[in-house]
Design a protein around this ligand. Structure first.
Ligand SMILES: Cc1cc2nc3c(=O)[nH]c(=O)nc-3n(C[C@H](O)[C@H](O)[C@H](O)COP(=O)(O)O)c2cc1C
Length: 219
């Protein structure tokens, strides 16, 4: 089994965060990684979402067919990339609920030494895009993971006029969603996926807290 195992965990309504997730998965696969692309739980009704929008209906037809992410996916992976739409300058509630759900892995220290990266999609240019990326990275540090961003050697990171950041992949879609995801944003997402895959193949698993505790146990 390849050590380049990457789990991409996505929450999305209108499909732009999903487009980034798919580009990240493509990038990881281009480096020979095995990829699991998974969604989080679907909570309905969502009062703030316009279910009549065509992009919503198109995106949901794909999104809902994705497997629901579980703790086992994170245990399987050497690299974890998670992302959600920006909600009030932070990650979405369904993704946050998933992160809370995998707290047993944190107690076990099961993700120590794996690599983690983040992505988001935001309506406005300066209304939480990078803050959301940072909020998505913080839980990885609590898990003892190694953070992966996008280096400035990726040409599209220098060229972008909307999303894409050293802190992760992102899109700026406009508040009505009409700006979509452009080629630079997709290229940055692919570069992030490829980098996570390469680094996931290099990290050496570190013992979990549980294993360390067992070794310290008397007798
Ligand atoms: C409840 C709610 C809160 C939002 N908060 C923000 C925000 O703080 N900043 C922002 O730029 N966009 C905000 N948006 C817009 C979404 O981030 C944006 O539409 C995003 O691109 C949707 O991603 P998706 O296509 O993957 O669903 C918000 C949208 C909703 C529904």
């Amino acid at each position: 089994m390849t050590e380049r195992r990457v789990a991409v965990i996505v929450d999305s309504r209108y499909g732009t965060t999903l487009a980034l997730a798919r580009a990240i998965a493509e990038g990881a696969e281009s480096e020979g990684a095995e990829v699991r692309l998974c969604r989080v739980a679907i909570e309905e009704p969502e009062f703030s979402v316009d279910v009549e929008r065509e992009d919503y209906q198109q995106a949901q037809a794909f999104y809902r067919e994705l497997p629901r992410a579980t703790a086992a996916d994170l245990e399987w992976a050497r690299g974890i990339v998670w992302g959600s739409p920006t909600r009030y300058g932070l990650m979405s509630t369904p993704l946050r609920a998933f992160i809370d759900e995998v707290a047993p892995l944190w107690r076990q220290g099961a993700l120590i030494g794996k690599v983690g990266a983040a992505f988001t999609s935001t309506g406005g240019m300066h209304s939480g895009n990078e803050m959301t990326l940072l909020s998505l990275l913080m839980p990885f540090m609590q898990h003892g993971m190694v953070l992966v961003g996008v280096p400035h050697s990726v040409p599209e990171l220098v060229a972008t006029t909307k999303g894409g950041s050293p802190y992760g992949a992102s899109a700026v879609t406009g508040f009505d969603g009409t700006r979509g995801v452009d080629d630079n944003e997709l290229a940055i997402a692919r570069a992030l996926g490829a980098r996570v895959a390469r680094l996931a193949g290099q990290v050496r698993p570190e013992p979990s807290s549980v294993e360390l505790a067992a070794n310290r146990a008397p007798g």
